[in-house]
Design a protein around this ligand. Structure first.
Ligand SMILES: [Zn+2]
Length: 132
């Protein structure tokens, strides 16, 4: 797959599943068990969110190629939505996977801390730079 092989070490499955209904936030992906990542199927572009984006999330969507209008419509030109799901959703959960996998190898528990979030996001940023 796109990110290179070593990042997938210990990954059992990456599955596309329906997004959980009625969440007032964008949920792209989740590490649901050891080596098990689910990607949440997103609505087709354009999105009418029905909730307000936090400024940092709006900025993230724009960085991923989305166009945000004043009336809350999010448009994804070209294949930017797919790239958003992979580059931000999958990549971030792969980051968690790598961290948890390392911890399990050391016999530690895989609790999520703030530091884990920062490390997962750093791994995701590196993967995004590979994706270009
Ligand atoms: Zn996270």
């Amino acid at each position: 797959m796109a990110f290179g092989e070593e990042i997938y070490y210990g990954v059992e499955s990456v599955e596309l599943v329906p997004a959980p209904a009625g969440t007032a936030r964008i949920v792209l992906a989740m590490l649901v068990g050891p080596g098990r990542i689910v990607l949440y199927d997103q609505s087709r572009s354009p999105w009418r969110l029905g909730f307000e984006l936090a400024p940092e999330q709006g900025a993230q969507l724009q960085a991923a190629g989305a166009e945000l209008s004043d009336d809350g419509v999010v448009s994804w030109p070209g294949d930017s939505l797919r790239r958003f799901m992979l580059g931000y959703g999958l990549a971030h959960e792969l980051g968690h996977h790598v961290i948890q996998h390392e911890r399990r190898l050391r016999g530690e528990r895989g609790a999520r801390t703030r530091e884990h979030e920062a490390r997962a996001e750093a791994i995701a940023a590196r993967l995004r730079s590979v994706l270009g």
